[in-house]
Design a protein around this ligand. Structure first.
Ligand SMILES: C[S@@+](CC[C@H](N)C(=O)[O-])C[C@H]1O[C@@H](n2cnc3c(N)ncnc32)[C@H](O)[C@@H]1O
Length: 199
């Protein structure tokens, strides 16, 4: 973000460091998980935009060695990037070969996306890129979620949310926006949460 105060360590950043998470974003997922009850042992999860790896680390903790986590990002993870039930692939979510590889490891019970474009400072451009990522993530979810599966996707607020929620409601039992308290004050990000996928 262009505002330098944005990067100042706050309560959540300090807590994340103490608890061994590479990013404060973990508390957003924890809050979403508490509210919607998405993670459980044995579930297969696709984590899009996973670096540096806080969400993946939390998912692995919740899986307790069961289920499976497939993670992807343009950047490397700051956590161990493989395990018996975990695989990380470095690449671009728009890449068609990568897409085929990620889909082949499905079906998943949960698709997570905290993916965000590198911000330019131009809010309209940034929102447009964020919206394009969410459209691509919904395409992924529609192609790889099993019956009753769920989706969480970050979006920069800017007016596209209502249309995306409308789209989600055509294939999911419920869909809504949810802004965790751990989002930085003044941040314009929010999350779309959809549950009850109908393949
Ligand atoms: C806010 S970070 C994710 C933080 C992560 N959930 C965590 O808890 O550590 C957003 C990530 O989205 C990734 N990203 C953005 N565009 C992407 C793309 N086209 N393909 C894959 N990853 C992308 C960025 O590289 C960045 O690491």
């Amino acid at each position: 973000m262009s505002n330098s105060s944005y990067e100042k360590p706050d309560h959540w950043s300090i807590k994340a460091k103490k608890e061994g998470y590479p990013a404060r974003s973990v508390y957003k997922l924890q809050e979403i998980d508490r509210k919607f009850g998405l993670l459980r042992k044995g579930i297969r999860v696709l984590d899009i935009g996973a670096a540096p790896g806080s969400w993946s680390l939390w998912v692995l903790k919740r899986l307790e060695g069961t289920g499976y986590l497939m993670a992807v990002d343009l950047q490397a993870l700051a956590i161990a990037s493989a395990g018996a039930n975990f695989r990380f692939i470095r690449g671009d979510l728009y890449d068609q070969d990568l897409r085929s590889e990620l889909l082949a490891a499905g079906p998943y019970g949960l698709v997570l996306s905290d993916a965000a474009p590198a911000t330019t400072g131009n809010r309209v451009v940034d929102q447009g890129q964020s919206e394009a990522i969410v459209e691509a993530v919904i395409d992924y979810a529609e192609a790889c979620l099993g019956q009753g599966g769920s989706l969480v996707a970050k979006i920069f607020q800017g007016g596209a949310e209502a249309g995306l929620i409308k789209r989600l409601r055509t294939r999911f039992t419920a869909a809504r926006g949810f802004k965790p308290e751990a989002c930085r004050p003044g941040s314009f990000e929010t999350y779309l949460v959809a549950t009850g996928f109908r393949p």
